[in-house]
Design a binder for this molecule. Sequence first.
Ligand code: NAD
Length: 255
Amino acid sequence: MLLNGKTGIVFGVANKRSLAWAIAKRAAEHGAKIALTYQGERLKENAEELAATLDNPLLLPCDVAKDEDIATVFESVKEHFGALDFVVHGIGFALKEELQGDYVNTSREGHRIAQDISVYSLTAIAKHAAPLMEERGGSILTLTYLGGERVIPHYNVMGVAKAALDMSVRYLAADLGQRGIRVNALSAGPIKTLAAAGISGFNKILEHMRNNAPLRRNVTQDEVADAALFLLSDLSRGVTGELLHVDSGYHVVGM
Ligand code: NAD
């Protein structure tokens, strides 16, 4: 029970395959009280169904493109929980047309949207979370991908967004460390989810990793959730500004 007595909010649950859902479940299994957010009406039913399998979580809509949604979520969390111990940012988005073809053809609007939803949202969320975490310290975790460190075919504008997200983690860690708040990223290997389905040639990425990663296999949602549990819990109390790869070791391979 690594999160006994702790409260957390998990952003980014779309369906049962979502990495955010795997992490929320694991956190609840380890004793955490959870708030879940879903993007909007379209995902409400899914979110309600999943939430019903947890012990009475707080369930809130939040479109991170809207400042007022983020503010309302944290007002509700403050009212419900008082303080907050962890935040999981499991949100990423780019227009489907930007995730095929060449990066050089990225549109200005496609670039703006990817940065706004996938990167700025972490900063906006961290700003609201920090005052609720100050009393006993906290852990903020985002999900990133190797496409922010190396060129991965068709990941394009999302790779540029992940590079910015990785750097945001370091700046936020530096800002919030003195207040006892840690900020880390977990870099998951490719896993079939709704977001991944938008990336052209995703099956080839999975196959390449299976054939070339040191562990010679893909990773699962459960493996991501276990590593997230470490980063959310006091086991990682000395870790901040870190990017932890959960990718069968694929990031170390040159060829
Ligand atoms: P997913 O589709 O289940 O999750 C993406 C989430 O982002 C969804 O819940 C969606 O509703 C949410 N979202 C998008 N736009 C939003 C908005 N405007 N407001 C609020 N929420 C919004 O897919 P996933 O793979 O679980 O993705 C979660 C995170 O993990 C993403 O940042 C993704 O880049 C990252 N990641 C995924 C993989 C993978 O292979 N699946 C690998 C590494 C990192």
